[in-house]
Design a protein around this ligand. Structure first.
Ligand code: PLP
Length: 392
């Protein structure tokens, strides 16, 4: 494989070839056909490029070509959001009576699919502690069809042993889906470790500019064909303009990620020593309980860390109010730093009880952007000093 910076600039060149250097936006819902047989063939071509935009569009195909090459999978497809990717995938891959394993620490929307949506459709689910590979084995039943993993997890930055889970699943004929949003293919390639399907909230690092909501799935063509068929029914289609913006964002992913990695690590190292801070969750810290595993399966640790303050929720909230650069906002993975209190953010998707299980109430998630490292560290330390003084 050429280097990632070459891939993000060139991997779509042979997709819907044309002479424009910057790809055109195919702002069309439908495409005409030369004749009847060509029309009939294009209606059934999985992830096709020129039949009807809900079925596929050249702008989708270009993003997919780059993502498949970056993730080193046979194929990829795009959806209207990360949640569209995971919901369409599970609806395609499981049926009533099946069993799915997920993680206790996982993005709130994924948790809600596992805790609320699937059980309502007659699919049993078990949520396990991802830090314990044995837990996945213990949760397996003869009806298990799918294991959903997310590593590092949002927002606790817990690590899943991808090799171990993939091997276990393969031995039992179970499919694995990994949420690679936090790591990106620059920091981690789950398919290389045996995971079947990789998915992203492309809203985050892949797009990188907090201006597009999108999702991607990458994996074997036969599995994606099944997901694509269901996507025709869920209809969670990414608009061509958003696909075009996403491609433009991905072009610079390899330039942005090293800065996110540097900023995440620098903030984690600085805050972990601060007297206002009880605990910093960041897999790049040598003190992270799973640092060795993270270092083994990742090339960098990303820009997201989470922080527990000595003064609980009040201090966490005051810290968010003191920060100059990171704005109090949902999302992550853009060039601008954002900070949030996950327990407030996920209330639309999980019940109060489910939230209490998922996230410590005082936790702050800090997503480092690509600003200068020294500025972000000085700002975070000044905010921590201020809340310590207030709460003294
Ligand atoms: N996975 C992770 C790890 C996320 O953080 C998010 C959103 O925050 C999602 C999936 C859902 O993605 P989207 O908001 O694009 O639907």
């Amino acid at each position: 494989m050429p280097g990632a910076s070459t891939v993000t600039v060139h991997a779509d060149r042979e997709t819907h070839p044309n002479r424009a250097v910057a790809q055109p936006i195919y702002q069309t819902v439908a495409f005409s056909a030369e004749d009847g047989p060509a029309f009939a063939a294009s209606a059934v071509e999985p992830r096709g490029e020129d039949f009807y935009t809900r079925f596929g569009n050249p702008n989708h195909a270009q993003v997919a070509a780059v993502v498949a090459e970056l993730e080193q999978t046979e194929a990829a497809m795009v959806t209207a959001s990360g949640m569209a990717a995971i919901t369409t995938a599970v609806l395609a891959l499981v049926s009533a009576g099946d069993h799915v394993i997920g993680q206790k620490s996982t993005y709130g929307g994924t948790a809600s699919v596992l805790l609320n949506l699937l059980p309502r459709l007659g699919v049993d689910t078990t949520l396990v502690d991802q830090r314990d590979p044995e837990a996945f084995a213990k949760a397996l039943t003869p009806k298990t069809r799918l294991i959903l993993v997310e590593t590092p997890s949002n927002p606790l930055l817990q690590i899943t042993d991808l090799r171990a889970v993939a091997a276990l699943a393969r031995a039992h004929g179970v499919l694995t889906l990994a949420d690679n949003t936090f790591a990106t293919p620059l920091n981690q390639r789950p398919a290389d470790l045996g995971i079947d399907v990789v998915w992203h909230s492309a809203t985050k690092y892949l797009n990188g500019h907090t201006d597009v909501c999108a999702g991607v799935l990458a994996g074997p063509a036969t599995v994606l064909d099944r997901i694509w068929e269901t996507s025709l029914l869920t209809g969670a289609t990414l608009g061509p303009v958003d696909a075009w913006l996403l491609l433009r964002g991905i072009r610079t992913l390899p330039l942005r990620m090293p800065r996110h990695n540097d900023n995440g690590l620098a903030l984690a190292e600085a805050l972990t020593q601060h007297p206002a801070v009880n605990h910093v969750h960041y897999p790049g810290l040598a003190a992270h309980p799973q640092h060795k595993l993270a270092a083994d399966q990742m090339n960098g640790f990303g820009g997201v860390l989470s922080i527990e303050f000595t003064g609980g929720f009040e201090m966490a909230d005051a810290f968010l109010g003191q920060l100059r650069y990171p704005r109090r906002s949902a999302s992550l993975g853009g060039v601008e730093s954002l900070a949030v209190h996950p327990a407030s953010m996920w209330r639309g998707m999980l019940s109060d009880e489910q939230l209490t299980e998922a996230v410590p109430p005082g936790l702050v998630r800090l997503a480092a952007g690509t600003e200068d490292t020294d500025d972000l560290v000085a700002d975070a330390l000044a905010a921590a000093d201020a809340v310590l003084a207030e709460h003294a």
